[in-house]
Design a binder for this molecule. Sequence first.
Ligand code: FES
Ligand code: FES
Length: 187
Amino acid sequence: MAEAEFDVRMTVNGVTRDVRVPSRRLLSDCLRHDLRLTGTHVGCEHGVCGACTVLLDGVAVRSCLLLAVSADGARITTVEGLTRPDGTLSAVQQAFADCHGLQCGFCTPGFLTTITAALEQNPAPTEDEAREIIGGNLCRCTGYQNIVRAVLRAAELRAAEPGAAEPGTAEPGTAEPRAAAGQAGTP
Ligand code: FES
Ligand code: FES
């Protein structure tokens, strides 16, 4: 018997997307294969590495642990959606460039989304807190020193531009203040 399929509507990077998926389709697979947003990377596929992290209603989640059907009605931001509407890099993206926070880059989308959400909750982390923020994301190149620097640099960049909400963290049509609470870190 054919597997039942379900209609799912999500707002992905600000665009309404309709997909029809089997009940067991992972959100990560839906993003990559159905919506062709291959910036979301899949490493372990069981919630360990963090490479698949996306923002769901502004909260960092592991898309390999969520079914696409459970994201029906949600606002999803992938790494492709982190760039600001004017095409400039977000503070976290710029910080990774400034600090060379990536080597092979496979883990980078998950770090960028995780840090974006975490800095909404804690806009001025200490170095220890920066390490904690990225504690759930694995870099197989072990490039953590520069990633920690990038977290701190991103916080500096955000502080220098207090009015500029990062993509994916504000409700559509609102100018969410930088210090808005409620953005949980990666589960
Ligand atoms: S692929 Fe999802 S946590 Fe590793
Ligand atoms: S930069 Fe290579 S896995 Fe992170």
